[in-house]
Design a protein around this ligand. Structure first.
Ligand code: SF4
Length: 690
């Protein structure tokens, strides 16, 4: 038997064909029919069949450390949540969700918190991933709408990767780009990244800029494009061009610490290319001025006319398989469902659709501030679903203390290797990839099905079911009476078109009437999907097609900011963090696969030879990193890939695989004021040989 499903790791969203062999084993291959990967898989995706064992699985509900029935665990959770809400109000409870959830799970959780509990305190680990990109799109385009698609990357004349090691973090997209460049060598690839990464293997130019200076670099380009823009083409045009006028080439080169000629070459290539795509991800988003950096990139695409047509566009790559789906259901604390906002019209509209008078009326707490409110005792109950904030949030030792202090911690989890599970009063065993059914949306707005192909083990249940059961015990049964995830999807699709009239980019009302069988057979499709576009929409903002904003497009004036982290005599080095090729997030799944662990089995710290020599550190020395918040251990790797004065350490290791190598114990909880996204890429630290 073969089943088509979708990889549960990165935002590329590759299609996977699973074959169950007669001996009970499972073979995994890339789906040649899936438009995201056209048959390719990276090493993580190819190893998915090796993650299906039950070792390290949470298989039964637990209350206060004792195995319990579902009824007992749900009654306990609902009873304690209701009591806290009764005593302290709805703002005293919160959900912290995940881009690993399926859209149906996410929709249910968001509906319960914002529609019926009456608080907007539902945020997600997607806050750590793409919330700055959301702000950038909304300010420039009027909607959280990624304009282009993966084919644009292949047909472009110039592909710029900014703050992206796509070769490791989005490998199949990188493979597509590399193949396109091999076929059309005239295509240029520029990598803008402080580190020399594997992505530079196909680069015609690598700009190893000073960390955090990207906005200055793109302001310099906007300054050169200023003459090309007819007056009054965009809202905010004059202010943006005035801001950019302060960034002539020499100043940009000095600010970014780049050779003037290299920077001039990049500017010339961008201006002279007919088509250009800029791919950007965590190196841009994870910054205290990440939203502005996103807009600095979007500005140059709008100003040069390199958007809304084939081979063109600013293109944010999401980290997780369903970060986009979370955005669509409104699973961020500062959004309502289906791209609605906290304005009286949308609140009333949502109330009409859900039949509720308890719609949250003000934004809730975003991830970092949410855990800070737990630490202070203001939030007294948190339900964490499918994510491991004790490892992944900045200042993670403080997050652990917040969880210790919190009167009620509920965790829905697949794995017992999650550090966060240790803090849970109530544990819900969730179904894993291969066991549950639903949809995800990848970086190019493409909705794909994740399909079950093995029986769910033990007492595990789908997340949407757990939410619905709890909602019923809180007295909201009628609104959560679904029996199948297709019913949840259908409701979500109907809401997307409800009183929309083209005002909201996210509209999948064309999928609202799918039967369960049609939903089960749904082929990958890009939103919007409407009566006018029943086969989906490949590109937004394209003349005559797709979604267009009701207002004019905006150029945003950007004043480049320095990172908040500044080195001192005591903490003289700047630490960058990120992914490695073969691990995923906090390793609870990929850490169980021996061949994935072989790639890089130990946590490591990348150090420039000058810094290593100065500190007497040799290759593979055990080193200790210290910041004002905590410390972490790793093995030294010495390379000129790293700029002098700067370090890099992967983000993955949790306590199960290496105690005291959590890089987020070092990172400050500094956030972008517009997006709430933490500045995970820049932390001042001290380095010592142990
Ligand atoms: Fe999975 Fe991403 Fe690899 Fe595709 S590129 S197989 S989605 S991890």
């Amino acid at each position: 038997m073969t089943v088509k499903t979708t990889c549960p790791y990165c935002g590329v969203g590759c299609g996977v064909v699973v074959t169950q062999n007669p001996n009970g084993s499972v073979s995994v291959a890339g789906d040649a029919d899936h438009p995201a990967n056209l048959g390719r898989l990276c090493v993580k995706g190819a190893a998915l069949g090796e993650t299906l064992g039950l070792a390290g699985r949470l298989l039964a509900p637990e209350v206060d450390g004792q195995i319990a029935s579902w009824d007992r665990a749900l009654d306990a959770a609902a009873g304690q949540l209701a009591e806290i809400i009764h005593q302290h109000g709805p703002q005293a409870v919160a959900f912290y969700a995940s881009g690993q959830l399926l859209t149906e799970d996410y929709y249910a959780a968001n509906k319960l918190m914002k529609g019926f509990i009456g608080s907007a305190n539902i945020d997600t680990n997607s806050r750590l991933c793409m919330s700055s990109a959301v702000v950038g799109y909304k300010r420039a385009l009027g909607a959280d709408a990624v304009p282009g698609n993966y084919q644009d990357i292949e047909t472009s004349d110039l592909v710029v990767l900014v703050g992206s090691n796509a070769a490791w973090a989005h490998p199949v997209l990188y493979q597509r780009l590399a193949a396109a460049k091999a076929q059309r060598p005239a295509m240029k690839v520029v990598v803008i990244d402080p580190r020399h990464t594997a992505t530079c293997d196909i680069a015609d130019l690598h700009l190893a800029l000073k960390p955090g200076t990207d906005a200055g670099l793109f302001n310099g380009l906007l300054n050169l494009l200023a003459q090309q823009i007819p007056p009054d083409t965009f809202d905010g045009q004059q202010r943006a061009l005035d801001a950019a006028a302060a960034w002539p080439l020499d100043r940009c080169a000095a600010f970014c610490d780049l050779p003037r000629d290299d920077l001039a070459r990049f500017y010339h290539w961008f201006i002279s290319a007919d088509r250009a795509v800029t791919l950007y991800t965590m190196g841009i988003n994870q910054s205290s001025s990440g939203s502005d950096k996103c807009n600095a990139i979007i500005n140059v695409h709008l100003a040069s006319g390199k958007f809304g047509r084939e081979g063109c566009g600013p293109f944010s790559l999401t980290g997780q398989p369903n970060a986009m789906g979370g955005r669509e259901v409104g699973g961020l604390a500062n959004q309502l469902a289906c791209h609605m906002g906290f304005n009286p019209q949308d609140i009333a509209r949502l109330g009409r659709f859900w039949g509720s008078k308890r719609i949250a009326e003000t934004p809730g707490l975003m991830a970092v501030e949410l855990f800070e409110a737990i630490y202070r005792g203001e939030v007294k109950a948190v339900w964490i679903m499918g994510t491991n904030p004790a490892v992944s949030l900045p200042d993670s030792d403080r997050v652990r203390e917040a969880l210790r202090r919190c009167p009620l911690v509920i965790v829905s989890e697949v794995s017992t290797h999650s550090d966060t599970l240790a803090f849970a009063d109530i544990r819900f065993p969730a179904q894993a990839w291969g066991e549950k059914n639903g949809t995800v949306t990848n970086s190019e707005r493409r909705i794909s099905r994740q399909r079950a192909f093995v029986s769910a083990p033990g007492e595990t249940r789908p997340d949407w079911w757990i939410v619905a059961q709890l909602a019923q015990r809180l007295g909201f049964g009628e609104a959560f009476s679904w029996h199948h995830p297709a019913e949840v999807f259908s409701e979500h699709a109907r809401l997307s078109g409800f009183e929309n009239h083209g005002s909201r980019a996210f509209d999948i009302s064309g999928l609202a009437s799918l039967s369960i069988e049609q939903w089960d057979n749904l082929a990958p499709i890009q939103w919007p999907v409407t009566a006018n576009a029943p086969r989906g929409t490949a590109r937004l903002l394209e003349t005559g097609q797709g979604w267009h904003p009701s207002k004019r497009l905006q150029l945003i004036a950007v004043e480049p900011q320095n990172a908040q982290a500044q080195t001192t005599a005591h903490y003289p080095l700047l630490l960058n963090t990120g992914r490695i090729r073969d691990q995923w997030h906090t390793m609870t799944r990929t850490g169980m696969v021996p061949r994935l662990m072989q790639h890089q089995p130990l946590p490591w710290v990348l150090i420039h030879p000058d810094d290593a020599s100065h500190l007497g550190i040799g290759e593979q020395s055990l080193v200790r990193l210290t910041s004002p918040r905590g410390w972490a251990l790793g093995c030294a790797r010495i390379s000129v890939e790293q700029r002098s004065g700067e370090l890099f350490m992967p983000m993955h290791w949790n306590n199960h695989f290496a105690s005291q190598s959590r890089v987020n114990a070092l990172v400050a909880s500094v956030i972008d004021p517009h997006s709430g996204q933490p500045e995970s890429k820049q932390t001042a630290v001290r380095l010592q040989r142990v």
